[in-house]
Design a protein around this ligand. Sequence first.
Ligand code: AMP
Length: 122
Amino acid sequence: MAYDSGNIFAKIIRGEIPCDKVYEDEHVLAFNDINPQTPTHILVIPKGAYISYDDFSQKASDGEVAALVRAAGKIARDAGLDANGYRILANTGRDAHQEVPHFHLHIFAGKNLGRMIKPADK
Ligand code: AMP
């Protein structure tokens, strides 16, 4: 599957549509989710054209990988989320219901997030 440069996050990176930015560096952009699922819901994305976690983990440079991981930690710390905790999640592909085909991390926080997967759902 080829990267679709018309996806919404590619447009945000190019500055064609706005975002509620919380962080930016050479390799990474982060912004508040437009439809937050928790009191704090931040999306952290690489600026490079990667479809998914699978794509990013294969093709990104070590510098890009390190930048994304370190940025996510810094964003959470700077927002004070390390005090009570947070959850990082990357939906990857169809079964995970990935909607936007540009790799992104979700940072969820601001309330008790419950267990990751309900025992009944296993
Ligand atoms: P996923 O299902 O993991 O692909 O999640 C995509 C996320 O992108 C959803 O939580 C959407 O609410 C969010 N989203 C879609 N469009 C925008 C946008 N323009 N700005 C911020 N977040 C967005």
